[in-house]
Design a binder for this molecule. Structure first.
Ligand code: CUA
Length: 391
């Protein structure tokens, strides 16, 4: 065999191997995404396409490396009785240049493509709806700021423990955390963004139609280990079929805010049920269907405030429950960890842990009624003066 024949045979093998590797990469890029969740946002299509390109390249490299490995194991295995050393190989400059240059080009191409997708996703969309997202151990909460229908120069906040939107509506989320780093992850939307103390992060998405019947609920998870309740930090993204359907939901919530119950107990129940505060992420409370595991149960908390907690702390039930919200670390229920509950404050409305005095009063008034009889364990007038001062 002449060197010329050997050369053309080698080139032929390289071409065949190259085609096989690219076809293998294409197969991997088509098969792997079958295990992904549904693509429920416009961005998920862009991200999956980008991922497919990376999969073709990664799949071909995987097959190349594994193929050479298996070939070498068979071809260069030690034969029976062969105890000699292998050949002594020195560096190969051409090979070094080739296997540095090819990955460099691949990384550069992927960087440019990724950057284009990122810029396209984060570009400001016409008519985007902004929702404020708050992460806290261990729940997400959502706040819609809209003009107050009674005085449109004023803003009004509608809270929700679920993120509602509708098909085709561009969304912008402004996200903060009350405590540690969390990661807002909606697998069906291919959307994942950290929330960090002292910063507001943003993410944009537009839901697209995936189902026949609406509304559709997609899980929102926390993807950053944030404490013992991390695995329970799941809320829902609810997509309505159109604006009218969404507005029907929104107007119900708006009505609750515009016409709050006079009775502070009913108001407190409504505030807690709205998800304005992340309490459900940690506490059990049968009346509201909460099943958190990390904090003490709130079932019958009024009874305990009047008995065991009163003797442990020397506080009246209204004092005990009042202080438990603003100063949760002052008294830790036996068996539970210190420093987990957010420290709420009433001074800075822009602060992440803000809880207004009105909300605070109503929430405590409601918790006071968590007794076996349903009667309040507290003196509401005394509570009112504790919260608002003796005016
Ligand atoms: Cu929040 Cu994990």
């Amino acid at each position: 065999m002449t060197s010329n024949q050997l050369g053309s045979r080698t080139i032929f093998i390289i071409i065949i191997a190259g085609v096989a590797l690219i076809l293998g990469g294409l197969v991997i890029s088509q098969v792997t995404p079958l295990i992904f969740p549904v693509q429920a946002s416009a961005e998920s299509l862009q991200i999956d396409n980008l991922f497919r390109i990376a999969l073709v390249i990664g799949g071909a490299i995987f097959l190349l490396v594994q193929g050479l490995l298996i070939y070498s194991i068979v071809r260069f295995r030690a034969r029976a009785g062969d105890t000699s050393d292998g050949i002594n190989l020195h560096g190969n400059a051409t090979l070094e240049i080739v296997w540095t240059a090819i990955p460099a080009v691949i990384v550069l191409v992927l960087t440019v493509l990724s950057y284009q997708v990122w810029v396209s996703i984060q570009s400001v969309k016409d008519d985007e709806m902004t929702v404020k997202v708050t992460g806290a151990r261990f729940a997400w909460s959502f706040a819609y700021e809209v003009p107050d229908p009674r005085d449109t120069s004023q803003k009004l906040t509608v809270n929700s423990k679920e993120l509602h939107t509708y098909v085709g509506r561009p969304m912008k989320l402004e996200m903060v955390t009350q405590d540690v780093i969390h990661s807002f992850w909606v697998p069906a939307f291919r959307m994942k963004q950290d929330v960090m103390p002292g910063r507001t992060t943003t993410v944009r998405f537009t839901p697209i139609q995936t189902e026949e019947t609406y509304p559709v609920r997609y899980p929102i998870k926390c993807a950053e280990l944030c404490g013992s309740g991390h695995g329970e930090m799941v809320n829902w993204l609810v997509v309505h079929k159109d604006e009218a359907d969404y507005m029907a939901w929104f107007n119900q919530q708006l009505d609750l805010v515009l016409n709050p119950p006079e009775d502070p107990v009913a108001r407190g129940r409504q505030v807690l049920a709205s998800g304005a505060y992340p309490c459900a992420g940690c506490h059990v409370l049968a009346d509201l269907g909460w099943a958190g595991l990390t904090g003490p149960s709130l079932n019958g908390v009024g009874d305990r405030a009047a008995t065991v907690r009163a003797s442990a702390t020397g506080l009246s039930p209204e004092e005990y429950l009042d202080r438990s919200i603003y100063y949760p670390n002052e008294y830790i229920v036996p068996g539970f960890g210190a420093g987990l509950m957010p420290q709420f404050q009433a001074n800075d409305p822009q602060g992440a842990n803000y809880m207004s005095l009105d909300d605070h009063f109503a929430i405590v008034a409601y918790l006071c009624t968590q007794t076996s009889t349903g009667e309040s364990a507290c003196d509401l007038d005394r509570l009112r003066s504790l919260v608002f001062g003796n005016s």
